[in-house]
Design a protein around this ligand. Structure first.
Ligand SMILES: C[S@@+](CC[C@H](N)C(=O)[O-])C[C@H]1O[C@@H](n2cnc3c(N)ncnc32)[C@H](O)[C@@H]1O
Length: 439
């Protein structure tokens, strides 16, 4: 079948129409004339791959990576950087328009300082039987064996090479499924992943020490945590922690999210190791930050303490549960728990703040949420609307779930103040968006 690509859709596929069908083509560029092979059909949509480029789009470039097309990691290398940025702006506008009925004609995107070698956090899949280490192939669980990855920072490329040397010498644990690595200011750490349900992260580290014994000298002292300086603040974290992958863009992202904000009380949902919590605690008198991962919560507490900040409470809880229990009413909380025992370290002052919020007696000046790709659960949005913060900042890595959640927040009485996108993930369709709303 012959098609012409009209534009790039959320998810990164190229859109075309032919023979009365909607066709979605992987690894295409807008304007490409292509001969495509239909791989599968779902309803009225055919999913296709490129057989032949009949006429290349003016935006098409030769992908420099030898794994392009097989590796599922980068799906935008076929477009020049300007076209990648334009496609991401269109993806955001399309999601906002279709899902939330928001028109954002002026949506802008901040380009990445480095289009290559920017990833300071990675997860490599490991197939011990086939001796493959790399990323999953597109749309499959087969591991694409990758010796060199063009989007990794050099420090992580070296870690990948060390792991590959151990794999060649049959020294990696056969039951490891993946390795996670993160680069800090002057070192990198790596952790092996096994069956998640059976092992704790401390076991991961212990097992890793066995599994990488061949490269002990190089990385033994690196097992554990790294420090990363962002906009003058030092963050401690481990390979297991969530952290933004493109640290070069982080000062601008933080500035856009909270640069102008100040006041008495801020709430942060999905705080991770405290990337936004530390600067929030410098700008607000009291901060409550919620995160459900134990390691991340501990790092966030440590990062605040190291910064000399005692005005932020990091609460280890599922965000939905915290909002239900803490902001849904004291009576409900007492029924479920009988006491405050889920927050043993809370100071008297923090208890007062929490009670005032619960009773609706304290106005929250600012609420920041940075949920995972799935966005915020419905009960999280309802909880936020009950809290009635004056201003909201939504940091999102998925335009579709962002649009879904924004439509509910706007229906709850908020209006959109600004939208700015950040190209945190060059060479891929992924994009970060920062949205400000006020009541
Ligand atoms: C996109 S990350 C953002 C982290 C942090 N803001 C940052 O930029 O480094 C989302 C965080 O939410 C946490 N998380 C995911 N689901 C959660 C939930 N239901 N309740 C609490 N935290 C959750 C994850 O552990 C992760 O740290």
């Amino acid at each position: 079948m012959e098609v012409t690509i009209e534009r790039i859709l959320p998810g990164g596929l190229g859109l075309a129409h032919a023979d009365g069908q909607t066709v979605m083509v992987a690894l295409a560029a807008p304007g490409d004339r292509l001969r495509v092979r239909v791989e599968r059909v779902k309803g009225s949509v055919a999913f296709a791959s490129i057989e032949e480029i009949i006429e290349a789009s003016p935006y098409r470039v030769e992908p420099p990576c030898p794994y392009f097309g097989r590796c599922g990691g980068c799906d935008f290398q076929q477009m020049n950087y300007e076209a990648q940025l334009a496609a991401k702006k269109e993806i955001i506008k399309d999601c906002l328009h279709r899902i939330a009925k928001i028109d954002a004609p002026d949506c802008q995107i901040v380009a990445a300082p480095n289009q290559w070698h920017y990833r300071s956090r990675a997860q490599w899949q490991y197939d011990a039987e086939a001796k493959r280490l790399g990323y999953f192939e597109g749309g499959s669980r087969r591991v694409c064996d990758v010796a060199e990855c063009a989007v990794l920072v050099p420090e992580l490329q070296w870690v990948l090479e060390d792991l590959r040397a151990s794999m060649a010498a049959e020294l990696l644990a056969g039951d490891a499924h993946y390795f996670r690595a993160i680069a800090g200011d002057d070192t990198a750490v790596v952790a092996a992943g096994f069956e998640r349900s059976h092992r704790t992260s401390s076991q991961h580290r212990h097992d890793l020490e066995d599994s990488v014994s061949s490269i002990e000298e190089e990385i033994e002292e690196e097992i554990g945590e790294v420090a990363r300086t962002i906009a003058g603040e030092i963050y401690h974290l481990s390979a297991e922690s969530f952290f933004q992958t493109n640290v070069e863009l982080l000062p601008q992202l933080i500035e856009e999210a909270i640069g102008e904000q100040h006041g008495d009380t801020a709430v942060e949902l999905y705080c991770g190791v405290g990337l936004f919590t530390v600067p929030l605690a410098r700008r607000f008198k009291d901060v409550m930050a919620v995160e459900d991962d134990s390691d991340a919560t501990e790092f966030a507490q440590q990062n605040l303490a190291n910064a000399g900040l005692s005005n932020a409470e990091v609460i280890k809880s599922d965000v939905g549960e915290w909002l239900d229990l803490e902001c849904g009413g004291i009576a409900q909380r007492r029924r479920r728990f009988g006491s405050d025992r889920q927050h043993p370290a809370k100071s008297e002052h923090q208890k007062e703040i929490q009670s005032a919020v619960t009773a609706g007696a304290l106005q929250i000046d600012f609420l920041l949420l940075d949920p995972p790709r799935a966005g915020a659960e419905s009960r999280v949005i309802s909880g936020i609307l009950k809290l009635k913060p004056k201003r909201i900042c939504y940091v999102s890595c998925d335009p579709a779930t962002l649009a879904r959640d924004l439509s509910k927040i706007i229906a709850g009485g908020y209006s959109l103040d600004s939208i700015l996108a950040f190209d945190m993930f060059p060479q891929t369709h992924h994009v970060e968006t920062v949205v400000h709303l006020s009541s």
